[in-house]
Every structure is written in C-alpha cells, then in structure tokens.
Ligand binder design. Structure first.
Ligand code: C2E
Ligand code: CA
Ligand code: CA
Length: 235
C-alpha cells in the first residue's frame, strides 16, 4: 500500500456526520506528483487527461486502487468518475467486475459524477449510470448547484446523494442568499429521498448552520484534509 514512489496516487478525505464527528464514508481524490512539474492539482491534470484520451487508462488505475482501499478503510468509498469515462462502453460492467473480484458488496462504492458535459438522453453514459444503479452501486451528483447538474438529471437518475458545491457552502455564514439556496436544495432532496452532503466545511460556524437546517453529512478541512491510506490506517 506504500505510495511514496508513485507519481500518481490516491488520498482519502472523510465524509462525516457533522453532529457526532463519526466517519460515514471516504472520498478518494487523485494526486499527481510529477517529476517534471511537482505536485499538480487534479483540477488541472484531469481535464488534460480527458483531452488526450489518457483518462481511460488512468481512470482504470484509479478505480482499481480505490476498490482495493475499501477493505482497508472499512467504510464506503466515493470515487470521482470523469464524464469522459462515462461514455466508455462497459464501464459499469468493469466496475462491477472489480468489486466482485475483490469480494466486495456493491453498496461499499459510490460513484461521483459531475456534469462537465451534457449527458444526452439514451446515451452510453446514461446507460452506464443506470447499470451502476442496477448493480447496487451508489451514485452521487457532485458540485451540485454550480455545475450543469439539472433537475431533469436528478429525476432521471434518482441518485443516492447530491454534494453541494464548496462555492455555496464556503460563505454560507455571511451570504443569506446562499443559505436560501442550500435550504431549497435540502428541501428538494428530502422530498425525493436523496441524501445531501455539504463540501468545503471549514469552520465550526458553518458546521452549526448546516446542522440547524438538517444537513448532517459534511466534508471539509474542519474535520480532516485528504490523506494517504497509510496515514489514515497506519499500514
Ligand atoms: P471535487 O470532487 O469537488 O473534490 C473536492 C475538492 O475540494 C478536493 O480538491 C478537496 O481536496 C477539496 N476540499 C476538501 N475539503 C475542502 C475544504 O474544506 N475547503 C476547500 N477549499 N477545499 C476542500 P482536489 O483534491 O484538488 O480535487 C479537485 C477536483 O479534481 C475534484 O473536485 C474532482 O472534480 C477532480 N478529481 C479529484 N480526484 C479525481 C479522480 O480520482 N478522478 C476524477 N475524474 N476527478 C478527480
Ligand atoms: Ca467529488
Ligand atoms: Ca465537489
């Protein structure tokens, strides 16, 4: 499990119950420690890999690493899947195969998707997402409220959870209109039976505001930063 010498490796950040601090799940985040450029942000190199088509290979490596981490962490793990990967035929079967190979329940994996490109109706991407659901793998709509995720996608996919983007959470204590939007998202999600996760919780004040409106699942530097597997479990 040692990752020191690898250029590409995963780190894991807990998703917690903000009321108790108990860890509910982890989100896997990729890191690239380039020999040439140093530590490069995934926000920069994932779009590059998508343009060059290398995301297919790297995406498979990420899925393999993340699925292997599940028994080590002992909690469900969320993995980010690029919208380009969603258009690969048999992606859902590949993910399900990896889970079976590792003798893991499909409920231990959650696939996070963010709509950086439109997902057309009846496309390979929708097909993959519906198959993932059929296999019992959770779906989570990431960057909700700022990306292209729309109400149609929610009604069609009925994801297990939506993650409210950092941009809406970060200054919820100072911006009442952002608070209003987050409350409305929470209401809608409650009506649809969808769980809400708030990202980017950086202080106690924001945690308390979220708890007061019933948003209990949280992620952010206030609880913990993303860490390597060996740092979390001491292997
Ligand atoms: P994301 O999926 O929305 O991930 C959340 C980002 O917020 C992560 O940045 C995380 O480190 C950061 N973060 C967590 N807590 C806080 C906080 O309290 N405050 C602030 N300001 N930031 C916080 P990171 O790791 O740089 O990832 C950036 C984006 O790159 C991710 O956004 C995701 O879209 C993409 N990404 C990361 N790993 C993967 C991956 O394995 N595959 C794919 N396809 N995309 C990935
Ligand atoms: Ca994510
Ligand atoms: Ca996000």
């Amino acid at each position: 499990m040692a990752t020191e010498n690898r250029e590409i490796f995963m780190v894991y950040q807990p998703i917690v119950d903000g009321g108790t601090g108990n860890i509910i799940a982890y989100e896997a985040l990729v890191r690239w420690n380039s020999k040439k450029f140093g530590l490069v942000s995934p926000g920069d190199f994932i779009p590059y890999l998508e343009t060059t088509g290398q995301i297919t290979k790297v995406g498979k490596y990420i899925l393999e690493e993340v699925i292997k981490s599940i028994p080590v962490l002992g909690k469900p793990v969320h993995v980010n899947v690029s919208s380009k990967q969603l258009f690969e035929k048999n992606l859902a079967e590949y993910i399900n195969h990896l889970l079976m190979k590792n003798k893991l329940s499909s409920s231990m994996l959650v696939v996070e998707i963010t709509e950086t490109q439109e997902i057309p109706k009846d496309s390979v991407a929708i097909d993959n997402l519906l198959k993932l659901k059929d296999f019992g793998i959770g779906l989570s709509l990431d960057d909700f409220g700022t990306g292209y995720s729309n109400l149609y996608t929610i009604s069609q996919l009925k994801p297990k959870s939506i993650k409210i983007d950092i941009y809406l959470i970060r200054d919820i204590d100072r911006d009442s209109s952002k608070l209003g939007v987050v409350k409305a998202i929470k209401d809608m999600a409650d009506n649809l039976g969808i769980n809400v996760v708030a990202e980017g919780v950086e202080n106690e004040n924001i945690r308390d505001i979220l708890l007061s409106i019933g948003v209990n699942c949280m992620q952010g530097y206030f609880f913990d930063k993303p860490r390597k597997l060996e740092e979390i479990v001491g292997v």
